[in-house]
Design a protein around this ligand. Structure first.
Ligand SMILES: Cc1cc2nc3c(=O)[nH]c(=O)nc-3n(C[C@H](O)[C@H](O)[C@H](O)COP(=O)(O)OP(=O)(O)OC[C@H]3O[C@@H](n4cnc5c(N)ncnc54)[C@H](O)[C@@H]3O)c2cc1C
Length: 393
């Protein structure tokens, strides 16, 4: 291997996790190689909802606040209200103390990648990692190219190739892998006029009652609405597509939208509690680091990417990168995922008895749930963050 193929850090995957890690490392002066199988801009199936904690970390990492990004077209839409339904029944419809923002991942991820490149990271697209050696920090691409890092970060998404080299039981990880299905309905699509009025609202609605462990969504974006259904679906595929067809039927959308829909894996409760091994760290979806109730992953991808980069910097200065990464995850990430998992178990269990228990929970604690989703309040012990926006509760 030539010196040209050796780096301080090789990062597989240039989504939010990989791009954030690359940016933090390059700014600190490390030699970084970022590999992605796709050419950017690329699509990523996602409802594109950004909570307060996401816009907060974006501002901290990249210096641009949500309002600025909206003006620049990096974000597409802002909503100041939300609704939760159980099928047709409205369980909650409230103003938000902090807005939800919506982004197209094609645009947002390309912007994240630009920040990493401007910081000095080398990016190579069309380089699909085919195998990883986590003891040597090395990857081999499908075209046979080899790259070695003093450290390797696997940020190659839910179906991570780097994760295959980790001592992780595939069956255990797969058991809690969810699936998300989505279609886009344009505002000028004639079907939208005849469809459910929720599709014409400027704010998001989420729906229980269409899948046992998961939920449906209708999210407004710039010129279109994203309609989706996600959650755990044993043996995947077919059953989830049938649930999605029933959801679209409820919304008054014709079956052609099911045919046009796309699916993507969604880690949904299978987060790894030890995503560091040898010279390699896993970040974002590759480690299953996704909030387990709403399936929110962009924040956790950015935060774990940042933590992985800081751990690599510690490793480059002679420290223990894996331990440093674990300390950051144990402090900021894993307790939130465990806390949201407990809440999700309680909520989805209660729905077996119909929507009434959830209605009561939302009447008593709807504001707290929104605060937890935004990250203003912890899923663990309901502790409130001192620096978050909105009113104290
Ligand atoms: C239907 C759906 C809706 C969602 N909605 C939301 C939402 O509204 N809000 C939210 O916060 N989160 C949402 N999520 C979750 C969110 O999309 C993910 O958690 C987030 O994208 C994780 O970022 P990442 O960088 O870890 O992985 P990704 O964004 O998946 O990026 C991984 C990158 O790795 C590349 N790659 C993959 N394999 C290889 C390989 N072998 N070699 C090289 N490169 C490779 C890919 O091309 C990609 O660019 C949703 C997910 C789904 C499925």
């Amino acid at each position: 291997m030539t010196d040209d193929n050796r780096y301080d850090a090789v990062i597989a995957g240039a989504g939010p996790a990989g791009a954030a890690a690359a940016c933090v490392l390059a700014r600190a002066g490390a030699r970084v190689l970022l590999l992605d199988r796709a050419a950017f801009p690329r699509d990523k199936l996602c409802a594109g909802l950004l909570t307060w904690k996401t816009t907060d970390i974006v501002e901290r990492l990249y210096g641009s606040g949500a309002a600025t990004l909206l003006t620049q077209g990096i974000l597409e839409h802002r909503a100041d209200r939300y609704r939760i339904r159980h099928k047709a029944m409205t369980l909650a419809c409230q103003d938000l103390f902090f807005p939800f923002y919506f982004a197209s991942r094609r645009v947002l991820d390309a912007w994240f990648l630009d920040q990493a490149r401007q910081a000095g990271a080398t990016f190579r697209c069309g380089e699909a990692v085919a195998a990883a050696d986590i003891d040597r920090g090395e990857v081999v691409t499908q075209d046979g190219a080899r790259y070695q890092g003093r450290f390797l970060i696997g940020a190659d998404g839910a179906a991570s190739v780097v994760r295959r080299a980790f001592p992780v039981r595939r069956e255990t990880f797969a058991a809690n892998m969810g699936l998300g299905l989505e279609c886009h309905v344009r505002h000028d699509d004639p079907d939208i006029l005849a469809a459910h009025p929720d599709l014409r609202e400027a704010f998001p609605t989420v729906y229980s009652g269409f899948v046992r462990t998961g939920y449906g969504w209708v999210f407004p974006h710039g010129g279109h609405v994203v309609v989706g259904l996600g959650g755990i679906c044993p043996r995947q595929g077919g059953a989830m597509r049938r649930e999605f067809a029933a959801f679209l039927d409820f919304l008054g959308l014709p079956g052609s939208h099911v045919e046009r829909s796309k699916a993507h894996l969604l880690p949904y409760g299978n987060f790894l509690t030890r995503p560091g091994h040898g010279k390699a760290l896993l970040a974002g979806d590759a480690a299953g680091l996704v909030e387990t109730l709403f399936g929110e992953g962009i924040y956790y991808a950015l935060r774990s990417g940042e933590l992985a980069a800081q751990a690599v910097l510690a490793g480059l200065s002679g420290g223990d990168a894996c331990e440093s990464y674990m300390a950051g995850l144990r402090r900021d990430v894993l307790p939130e995922l465990s806390g949201s998992l407990r809440l999700r178990q309680a909520i989805f269990f209660s729905l077996r008895f119909g929507p009434f228990p959830l209605w009561v929970l939302l009447r008593l604690g709807g504001q707290r749930l929104v605060e937890m989703a935004h990250g203003v309040r912890s899923y663990r012990w309901l502790r409130r963050r001192a620096d978050g926006p909105g009113r104290a509760g």
